[in-house]
Write a protein that binds this ligand. Structure first.
Ligand code: 13P
Length: 254
């Protein structure tokens, strides 16, 4: 059997609904300056809002560490879907990644596992790599149901038969997002192991090399510890990705 090559870790910055042309330019200038002095040992993905994708894509151009990602996409290829953005349109703009199933969309917009799975399949079909987010609520954590909740999301929101390089999974406990709270290393290790094992039924082969990211209050101070946790192959960063220097420090921890 052919051995799967281990992929580089991935650090993704999810800007959420933040930023404008001016702040994007400033952020990218700072990030690129930091990276020009020190070579990171990871892939870096910038996920700005749709309105900034084209501009940020141009700013990233020719930097070998930096990739462009979107924060959502349609489950459809093309057609009468007012307001939607298809994965093909994102590919056309130079996107390589797309964040899907973020808890802010699952909770606020009632995005279901079924829809997330369709979006992921469509994204893969168009050559994008979905970063599918999963994670338990505080209630689920406190009632001892975190593992089961994440297993269910993995089972229902990921397509089957995928190659390990076609998919990224991000574990983002809802209670750790934007709160400064972070699970213990043992808790992260346990959920990441659960995700890894659950991927056996999803991947055609090589489930061991699918990249699993941790997300939720990651910052330059705690990233060093997160990196060393087994089955953590990168991180998905929110607030700390909005300053070029801070995000650069996180990337250079790799
Ligand atoms: P914070 O890093 O701000 O906690 O956000 C995490 C997140 O939701 C990234 O997608």
């Amino acid at each position: 059997m052919k051995k799967q090559l281990k992929q580089l870790p991935l650090v993704a910055g999810n800007w959420k609904m933040n930023g404008d042309i001016g702040s994007a330019e400033e952020l990218l200038t700072d990030l690129k300056a930091g990276l020009s002095a020190n070579a990171p040992k990871c892939e870096i993905v910038i996920c700005p809002p749709f309105t900034l994708l084209q501009h940020v894509g141009k700013l990233l151009n020719k930097n070998k560490y930096l990739y462009l990602g979107a924060q959502d996409c349609s489950e459809y290829g093309v057609g009468a879907y007012t307001g939607d953005i298809s994965p093909r349109m994102l590919s056309d703009l130079g996107c390589r990644y797309v964040v899907l199933g973020h808890s802010e969309r699952r909770t606020r917009l009632q995005e279901s596992n079924v829809i997330i799975k369709r979006k992921a399949a469509q994204a893969i079909h168009e050559g994008l790599i979905p970063i599918v987010c999963v994670g338990e609520s505080l209630n689920e954590r406190q009632e001892g149901r975190a593992q089961k909740a994440v297993q269910t999301q993995i089972s229902r929101s990921l397509p089957t038969g995928v190659e390990p390089s076609e998919l990224v999974v991000a574990y983002e406990p809802i209670w750790a997002i934007g709160t400064g709270k972070i699970p213990t290393t043992a808790q992260i290790a346990q959920i990441h192991l659960t995700i890894r094992q659950s991927l056996q039924t999803k991947c055609a082969r090589g489930y061991e090399s699918v990249r699993l990211l941790y997300g939720g209050s990651v910052n330059p101070q705690n990233v060093g510890e997160i990196i060393r946790i087994p089955n953590v192959d990168g991180c998905l960063v929110g607030g700390a990705s909005l300053k070029g220097g801070t995000f650069c420090d996180i990337c250079l921890a790799y």
